[in-house]
Write a protein that binds this ligand. Structure first.
Ligand code: DQA
Length: 147
């Protein structure tokens, strides 16, 4: 079983986008660290970013039978808007962790609600790019213990 890391809209701009919220790491740097850490533990980690809700939904559908055992997702702005992305995760029934680089609860009120948190195994926010790494550690442990 492998791990799928999904990044929502505008996260392709990481490193250049509002670094006070999102840090200086590029998405490629973050993804490479995750892939290497998973490989060191003997697992494959696939990463995917899209600015399109439809593409993210289709990637989640594909995870249903491509050997994915765990999803780490930062839905970005779709966190606060997308019933469709929520429904896709509910449909495939894979365990997932919701990650946000910034502490969404310390920001505008419209970022305080998530369509994902009640379905998630857990939620990490405000820890920057390391939040993905902590989520990955949990995913690796999950796969090691439950296949
Ligand atoms: C974000 C927080 C969202 O509110 C925002 O729309 C993003 C990124 C984060 O990682 O902190 O694009 O998910």
């Amino acid at each position: 079983r492998s791990i799928l890391v999904l990044h929502g809209p505008n996260l392709n701009m990481l490193g250049r986008r509002e670094p006070q919220y999102y840090g200086a790491d590029t998405l490629a740097a973050i993804d490479n660290r995750l892939i290497e850490r998973a490989a060191a533990a003997g697992y494959r980690c696939a990463t995917f970013q899209s600015n399109s809700e439809a593409e993210l939904i289709e990637r989640i559908h594909a995870s249903f039978d491509d050997g994915t055992g765990f999803i780490v997702i930062n839905p970005a702005a779709f966190t606060h808007t997308s019933v469709a992305l929520r429904d896709a995760l509910a449909a495939v029934k894979l365990p997932f962790i919701e990650v946000h680089l910034s502490n969404v609860h310390a920001r505008e009120p419209f970022r305080h609600h998530s369509y994902f948190s009640d379905l998630a195994v857990g939620v990490i926010c405000g820890l920057g790019a390391r939040g993905y790494e902590f989520a990955l550690e949990h995913a690796l442990r999950h796969l090691a213990t439950q296949g």
